[in-house]
Design a protein around this ligand. Sequence first.
Ligand code: SF4
Length: 656
Amino acid sequence: AVAMTGGQPHDGNLSVPIIARQLAAEGVQKIVVVNDGTGRAYERSGLPNGVPIRHRDELDDVQRELREVAGVSALIYDQTCAAEKRRRRKRGTFPDPARRVVINDRVCEGCGDCSEKSNCMSVVAVDTEFGRKRAIDQSSCNKDYSCIKGFCPSFVTIEGGQLRKGKATQAGGDAFDRLPMPTLPTTRTPWGLLVTGVGGTGVVTIGALLGMAAHLEGKGISVLDMAGLAQKGGAVWSHVRIADRQEQLYAARVAAGEANAVIGCDLVVAASDESLAKMSLGLTRVVINRDQTNTSEFVRGFAAQARSGNVQVNPDPIFPGRSMEQQIVEAVGEGRVEFLDASRLATELLGDSIATNLFMLGYAWQQGLVPLGLAAIMRAIEINGTAVAGNKAAFQWGRRTAVDPAAVLEAARPKSGLPAHHQLSTSVDEVISRRTAQLTDYQNAAYAERYARLVARVRQAEDAVAPGITLLSEAVARGYYKLLAYKDEYEVARLYTDGDFLKRVEESFDGDYRLVFHMAPPLLARKDANGHQVKRSYGPWMLKALRLLTRFKPLRGTALDPFARSAERRLDRQLIADYEATVNELVAGLDPANHEAAVELASLPEQIRGFGHVRERYHASAKQREALLLAAFRNMKAPAASGQARPRKTIAVIPG
Ligand code: SF4
């Protein structure tokens, strides 16, 4: 087999009908063509008799059918590679629909169903005060749109208009002119520079630019690119060696322990064994982009969790940023590594995360890690001929960050600041007060008071058993809130129309656009063969309907509430009642020995995620866990003599 993921053309004329006819001629029993339903240059009539074209949504069914076929069967999957689409769109040779997906992360429940449906690296995690939610990375999005099928009302497509440009897309200006010139390293002996990053983000371009710049200066250079998968997410290393004369460079690779400098455009790749092996204590200096990049493990983790609904079996993927940073520091020594939030800064300033690597190069150059002159690098960017102004600006902003980080942070600050729900509470008091305020908006002051009263009782009980410890109080503050603020029709409507979401859309897009909502309103949605509601698209009129709906939130749960009798809403109310009963039991029976089980019990609502049938899965798993924990809580009472025990010393053995 030949895998061509780098956009190489293949020799000869090899179309889907030709492949199908060849397979048929070779006696393949059953052939199925699967594609994404977009226009194709072949018709069913061009295929051999009996070869169907099926939509990719049916891929799993097709595979199951084919495995039952005796003899050889073939599935021809026909779809333009995601990386190739992006490449062609940049060159203007592939349709680029004026349609972008956004997620209202206040509506999002973090269930992962969109990752399950799309398997897409551009659906990224975003940590908020109310849990880990999802967002679309607009810079890397390939406009595949399959994430919209995630079962929730969080998705909106922006149709028409365009993404706003960054705040500082043009290079130039006094600030850049005034930047001091760094002392560049000598190249009397070869200088080894390793550039690491993720395929598709321009790591190879950095090597190519340095190659051209060295050529312009008459220096010797070798650039060796080593790539994993070229598609999004694969690790890439660019080995760059620079010397006064070409004949000084005997080897193209930066050998083990011989990197003078590492530009880590991605933390995960920079902390890989392959990269660490090139670093050396006391020799190597490193600059690292510490912003988290979605990895395929993350996407698989989210998808697996959505499929099982079981947070015990498929826990939330954790980005091991701290430990990776520590590994790099240990490899080169204290004071030799600099970490910066390059993706965030570059995206805010330049409007596209693709600017990150040039930004990193500028930073590293200003720190004296690249032995080539400014004029040569700028000229190399011009000769490269792609996004010249943006690339120069990215390089200069990187330089400026090395000199005056405060000014750059200020320039990159979002116009209306960080959204309130992206700011994380720093104390349990803050956790409680923010949620009390939210519940007042959700329903009314009495509803918020109901919340505050129960949480206060828990604090009192916990303080009596474990003075100074607030783990249970915080767990109840978060868990009880999550259940009380269930996302029914009124709440979803409020979260779309209270101004925050629309303001953020306006800040990100300009031009003439319309909002299209992707939802399954219970009174309008039809059901599929599995009894699951089916999402549909609703035009801008939906916003007016949502505004109207918010006015009726006082009806929530009353006899006049048209949604109150649905199974989903009945479950919401039942969960609240059950939780209140459980917390009352925790308060009455809390002691140091069962404190840990109590904390986990109180946290369980955070494991009930999503909407409709997805939420049912999570709920079923949480219920099983609850039964185990309740039994543990009831059995693990401290004997009277051990009344002095501290909760943190308790070892609870609860089946996982
Ligand atoms: S609620 Fe679930 S499906 Fe919807 S955006 Fe959030 S994670 Fe994706």
